[in-house]
Design a binder for this molecule. Sequence first.
Ligand code: GUN
Ligand code: ZN
Length: 445
Amino acid sequence: MKAYRASVLYFAPHSEGPVRAVLEEDGLLVVGPNAAGTQVVQAVGPYRDLASQYPGVAVQYWPGRIIAPGFVDLHVHYPQTNVIGSPAEGLLPWLENYTFPEEKRFVAPEYSAQAATFFVAELLRNGVTTALAFATSHPQSVNALFTEAQTQNMRLVTGLCLMDRHAPADLLNQPSAYGRVDATEQSLLDSETLIQRWHGQGRLGYAITPRFAPTCTDAQLRGAGQLAAQYPDVWIQSHVAENKDEITWARELFPQSRSYLATYDDFGLMRKRAVYAHCIHFDDDDRALMRDTGAAAAISPTSNLFLGSGFFDYAGADRVGFQYGLASDVGGGTSFSPFHTMLGAYYVGREGQTKQGLSLSPQHLWWQHTAGAARALGLDGSQGQPAVGNLLPGCEADFVVLNPQATPLLARKTARAANLDELLFSMIVLGDDRLIERTVISQAI
Ligand code: GUN
Ligand code: ZN
């Protein structure tokens, strides 16, 4: 067992009602192994009450620092690190001119490996301890990312990008050697092989990953849905309703479905543990479909602002009541930093709202990138695995140590915070990787 003394930020248990963050000013976080040998939070609370209950446990003291839950990035593309900051008129030209050419490089295992090493280090440097990530359509890119995440013991979910049409030929899924099995069938066989190799290995999880409906044939989406039914505890990830041109295209390709989102449902791809990026241009039937199936939205404000995609409708999501969390969507997104993403979400949330909705409070913004995103992933402790994104007893011990003095302006501003909301908002607005003094990942014992 180990204990850490500092201010400790966590979220009170909640099912209904507003999210409530707690800051234990002089707090103690005690971590130790659970029955499965995973390091989890054993206790959290005031130092003065807890310290005497753990005699003999070494205490690491970080005066002036804040221990907070590691961030959860609900949607990010590891092959797009080099694509950040590539301007385009919109999503489709951006994919064609910048993203697809870069993703082709991941055919080379060494290229994938160095990109994975950089990507995981960059997530950790920014305080992200759990990620749901896209790889490319090359199995070697998936293996490279899992291998690196396993080395770091990071909680990471990824999968083979399924696309068997409407992309450059050398980026489509490939048939088997000698062409005995076609590309569509092979992409599904490869997905299953990868599930068996990686899903549930330590802290790793597999996500069935149709890139988006326009680059998948009916047969591929059908096969992906069958795989999802066969492996109910793997994740599903894709994109939906991000951009008007994309939607027009998806509607032309799947006219029999009620909406773009409904296409995924028609192929059995909506359920718990299904995470759809963007979800901007929805109607209330789409929102109800998200709610009723238990699927979740990954909101990527910096990406949506950068690519001019639109504004996620927080009021609509909260009115109908479906789950969501925050995501960087690098490289459409412009930053790995959860602080930049939370600030982007604040800007987006203000759009179209005359009064400040609940989702815009600093506590709720922070929750959307930690415990809320974990809940959207089913990693809130309700589905047979320890929770992430919070520091309540039983949660996996992934946390960040924040230094509110990291820059002169942060020091000046945070010192003047009169309450927790003001403190959190100062860090959301002024924070970046400099605020993350260290990132601590739960270790297997
Ligand atoms: N839709 C399909 N592929 C992508 C992608 O790589 N990024 C974004 N933002 N949207 C997509
Ligand atoms: Zn994306």
